[in-house]
Design a protein around this ligand. Structure first.
Ligand code: FAD
Length: 320
């Protein structure tokens, strides 16, 4: 039997309205940076550029575009190298103004999880964690959030967020949308394993709030009950994931967690408006080494062997 997921109310009452630029001439003249990314693909084709400031506004934009059959391209830090943020007609939806850290908590297993809007950058979070200041207003924190923040600050070794796509201006929402891997993935893995919960706006404008471990597909299906009435019957994609490295693309398994379905889907299933990311304790030290191998086989054998070696040794010292 398929697993039922109910949509929730969009957040963002009272947030100042979004900026909408409908003149193609003005977009081309004043917002040219938004029309391309690191792929250099183009030429771009766009009718309208929207800077959303809240989840509710994202929901309104998607519902409106969906109703009119208009394409929407999501734009984040535009460091992608495959042209995913380059508009191909219709609306270009920039999330650049949704850039706040929203909260922090300790999960049941003691790990810290930080909740951010999608446009907080990799560099921004790294700097805030290094400074021990997430920019949260203490007056607005719940007691458990204040306790988590105090515990985070009290730890001298500190905490960090492992996924590092090496392009530090990338937005965290986009790193989740692309399941970014990068410089630290060999040991820490790609983004997926560091995401605890998400909020995502579906193309129809309804919002799913999903926490890992709560909703796994039943018989390869989800039934999404919409607040507006009716439901969506969603079959988990049925292709076979390659055995080689495959960070991008739909994550497929008959009992997939709905959080995993959206991670790596590159905005094709919805727009991520909040992501909750698990922090790791900073390593006690980092040792750089330059190793020379006599042949390819021994280098590959080292690469295969090293993670098991490091995880068994560090299990005595590593806190994640
Ligand atoms: C020099 C260089 C090195 C790189 N190295 C790596 C690497 O090692 N590993 C790696 O994985 N990547 C790497 N990248 C690619 C890129 O940095 C990552 O894919 C990054 O996650 C993209 O973030 P962004 O904010 O720039 O997203 P964008 O390029 O703006 O968007 C990327 C895609 O995600 C979609 N998207 C963005 N935000 C959302 C959202 N909130 N909800 C739904 N969909 C959304 C966009 O529509 C687009 O399809 C590298 C890029 C460069 C230029």
């Amino acid at each position: 039997m398929s697993t039922v997921v109910r949509t929730v109310e969009p957040r963002g009452e009272g947030v100042p309205g979004c900026t909408i630029i409908e003149s193609v001439e003005r977009i081309t003249e004043s917002y040219a940076d938004y029309l391309t990314d690191e792929s250099g693909f183009g030429p771009p084709d766009v009718d309208c550029l929207v800077f959303a400031r809240s989840e509710r506004q994202v929901a309104d934009v998607l519902a409106d575009a969906n109703g009119r059959g208009v394409h929407v391209t999501v734009s984040a830090g535009r460091t992608g190298i495959v042209g995913g943020a380059v508009p191909a007609g219709g609306t270009l939806l920039s999330l650049a103004e949704m850039n706040k850290v929203l909260g922090i908590r300790r999960l049941a297993d003691g790990r810290f999880a930080v909740r951010v809007e999608p446009a907080v950058t990799v560099a921004g979070l790294e700097e805030m964690l290094a400074a021990g200041d997430l920019g949260l207003d203490p007056a607005t924190l719940l007691p458990e959030e204040a306790d988590a923040l105090a515990a985070l600050k009290a730890d001298e070794r500190g905490y960090f967020y492992p996924p590092d796509p090496t392009e530090m201006s990338a937005h965290l929402g986009a790193t989740v949308a692309t399941n970014a891997s990068g410089a630290r993935s060999y040991y820490y893995g790609a983004t997926r394993r560091h995401v605890h919960s998400i909020r995502v706006v579906l193309p129809c404008g309804e919002v799913i709030a999903a926490e890992r471990g709560i909703h796994t597909a039943g018989d390869g299906r989800f039934e999404i009950k919409l607040a507006a009435g009716g439901s969506l019957d969603v079959a988990v994609p049925g292709y076979t994931m390659p055995e080689t490295k495959n960070a991008a693309g739909y994550y497929v398994s008959p009992d997939v967690d709905i959080v995993d379905l959206f991670i790596g889907s590159e905005g094709t299933l919805g727009v991520l408006t909040e992501v909750e990311l698990i922090l790791s304790r900073c390593p006690a030290g980092v040792l750089s080494a330059l190793a020379f191998f006599p042949d390819d086989e021994s280098a590959i054998a080292f690469v295969r062997h090293a993670p098991a070696c490091s995880s068994s040794r560090s299990s005595r010292t590593r806190t994640v």
